[in-house]
Design a protein around this ligand. Sequence first.
Ligand code: TYC
Length: 131
Amino acid sequence: MIMQSTKANPTLQDGDADGPDDANGNDLGAGRGGDDTQLLTRTKPKVKKPNLYRVLLLNDDFTPMEFVVEVLARFFQMDLERATKVMLHVHQNGVGECGVYTYEVAETKVTLVMDFAKQNQHPLQCVMEKK
Ligand code: TYC
């Protein structure tokens, strides 16, 4: 028994408790079956890990160290000790991680940092990369 392709609506997926479903969540027909009143009942918790992205700062020769520390404190909630360590790591290694976030959060952080650097006429570069 094929019910309805449920790909587009996660609330409808795998809602039948009567037996095996195929890879698309369609009821394969074993068990009680045929009970459309159960279509909206999720039986298996569906847990998906989000894709994660590192936000990185790049070193340059011109941005003042104190400005980078300010960026790390302001946009990445680091205390001064942590921010100073990360800034020095970037200064010495060329690149360093500010944090790991979901796509939208990482993208927002990059935009905020780049806008803040531009406003202050510093060439600081902030990028994201998939983990
Ligand atoms: N290299 C810079 C300086 O000597 C400091 C700096 C650190 C710049 C980290 C950017 O992401 C950076 N003033």
